[in-house]
Write a protein that binds this ligand. Structure first.
Ligand code: FAD
Length: 488
């Protein structure tokens, strides 16, 4: 076929995976073409994910904090007034700053950004159909990019339940982030991080929440001790937390969206002003002509890769949400660097670079709710299920000077150490979790400890500054190895 452009590396998708891969490949001296269907780089994370949600959650957290001040002698008087247009503008400015920065960085590195929808047409060719406007309207103009290597970073999209009516009162996370108005009564479908984060924003702005979850607990993946603390503190936001319950039908009425439930916690049908679907994300593997390049895609749309992020086709790589769980931006970025390095090593004959591989022991997760919940490595339930004997170090924040001074001593830091006989009482850290304000900012230390193979003495004897919330990590380690004598 005819080729309009050629390159060393073609990157399909401009999210955290795609732009990180493109930038690293360009920094390593390769000629890079980055294909993105939207006007702005950044993907889900910057445009409709991590960043806009945190911009809104920050505002919600400040509002919640201020609402507690009256009890401490500072009374602003009356209920806060919401100017929703201004709040939305703030969020859009935050996005603009970051995505604009990415555009500038791409230019600086001489990465060629091609705007359009990409589809493989052969094992070394991608056809790009130009898109326009802020969205992905197709202009009909097509061009073909020839590549030596390709990195697929086409990401994922929200799962839609088939029986949900097509109605502006039914949204996914993107619709919720658009922040059109604040509903009186809102249903969150799915008790995972995304649903609970958006629920936090809307409830602080005035919505009453219901949440429905098929499994037996909210925030699956997190240690139950942490979730218990979160749930107790967040109970006032909810009218009903329905566990082991399924949504089975829904219809649009004048009064709202009427939803029917089935299962253990199922009430009679309820009517909501807004229904947020947050039941998971599905990878875009089936929408990129992968078969034309010979790339295998699973039934669910994932693309399997090896530790070097190679697909079944040796010169085509894949990274980010499209290769599997956990669907998190920091995972995508690290995978991106591996793919770019392996390719550069290969094309430039650099044996060391060519050996790059993704071998993270652990990947942290954070729910940026209030309080935050952050975890990494094994949970107590997982250790039990795997038959691993663990020693716990639990540090309640009621013993943290800083947490008390902050008026936020409801938190807890929990560390788990290997207590198998082979560890001889000096077992390495296997996992940890924190529930409390700023938990997400602190979890990196526990991840580092796991990567370094630290034991309880290493962590407990590391001097943490006083008074900080981070001290709670050192204290939890001391509790585990039994030398913390000054607990209340
Ligand atoms: P994506 O970000 O999905 O990017 C893929 C890009 O490819 C998109 O820009 C898309 O337009 C483009 N594309 C796809 N197909 C084509 C095609 N055929 N042609 C051209 N372009 C194409 N993760 C965190 O780590 N922390 C958080 O706090 C967090 N919060 C989140 C909040 C929400 C509401 C959501 C929805 C997600 C959140 N995530 C968070 C997850 C995070 O956004 C994803 O893990 C991350 O964006 C994945 O990066 P990616 O590069 O794999 O794909």
């Amino acid at each position: 076929g005819q080729t309009d452009m050629d390159c060393d590396v073609l990157v399909l998708g401009g999210g955290p995976g795609g732009y990180s891969a493109a930038f690293r490949a360009a920094d390593l001296g390769l000629k890079v073409v980055l294909v993105e269907r939207y006007a702005q780089l950044g993907g889900v994370c910057l445009n409709v994910g991590c960043i806009p949600s945190k911009a809104l959650l920050h505002v919600a957290a400040v509002m919640d904090e201020v609402s507690h001040l009256a009890a401490l002698g500072i009374d602003y008087g009356g209920a806060p007034k919401l100017d929703i247009d201004k709040l939305r503008t703030h969020k859009e400015k935050v996005i603009g700053k970051l995505t604009g920065g990415l555009g500038a960085m791409a230019k600086m590195r001489k990465v060629t950004v091609v705007r359009g929808y990409g589809s493989f047409v052969g094992s070394n060719h991608l056809e790009v159909e130009e898109t326009s406007g802020t969205g992905q309207e197709k202009t009909g103009k097509k061009q073909v990019v020839q590549f030596k290597r390709a990195i697929i970073a086409a990401g994922s999209q929200a799962v839609r339940l088939p029986f949900m009516p097509e109605d502006p009162r039914v949204v996914d996370s993107t619709g919720a982030l658009a922040l059109k108005s604040v509903p009186k009564k809102m249903l969150i479908l799915g008790g995972g991080i995304i649903g609970l984060e958006m629920g936090t924003v809307y409830s602080t702005l005035g919505a009453r929440l219901d949440v429905v979850e098929m499994l037996d607990g909210l925030m699956q993946g997190a240690d139950r001790d942490l979730v218990k603390v979160w749930q107790k503190l967040n109970a006032p936001r909810f009218d009903n937390i329905m566990l082991k319950t399924k949504t089975v039908a829904a219809k649009a009425t004048d009064a709202g969206i009427e939803v029917s439930f089935e299962g253990e916690g199922a009430p009679a049908p309820q009517t909501y002003d807004l229904v947020l679907q947050a039941v998971g994300r599905s990878p875009n593997g089936k929408k990129i002509g992968a078969d034309k390049a010979g790339v295998a895609v699973t039934e669910r749309g994932f693309i399997n890769v090896d530790l070097q992020m190679r697909t079944n086709v040796p010169h085509i790589f894949a990274i980010g949400d499209i290769v599997g769980q956990p669907m998190l931006a920091h995972k995508a970025v690290h995978e991106a660097h591996v793919a770019a390095e392996v390719i550069a090593g290969d094309l430039k004959g650099d044996a060391a670079l060519a050996k790059s591989a993704f071998n993270a022991r652990v990947i942290p997760s954070v729910a940026y709710t209030d309080p935050e919940v952050a975890w990494v490595g094994l949970t107590e339930d997982q250790a039990k299920a795997q038959g691993i004997k663990v020693k716990k170090g639990l540090f309640p924040w009621t013993a943290s000077g800083r947490a008390i001074a902050n008026g936020r001593d409801e938190g807890m830091t929990k560390l788990l150490f290997d207590d198998s006989p082979e560890a001889h009482g000096h077992g390495r850290i296997l996992g940890g979790g924190i529930v409390g304000t700023h938990a997400g900012d602190m979890i990196g230390e526990i991840a580092l400890a796991i990567e370094m193979g630290a034991d309880a003495v290493d962590i407990g004897k590391t001097i943490h500054p006083h008074p900080t919330l981070g001290e709670s990590i050192g204290m939890a380690a001391e509790v585990a190895h039994g030398s913390c004598t000054d607990l209340p």
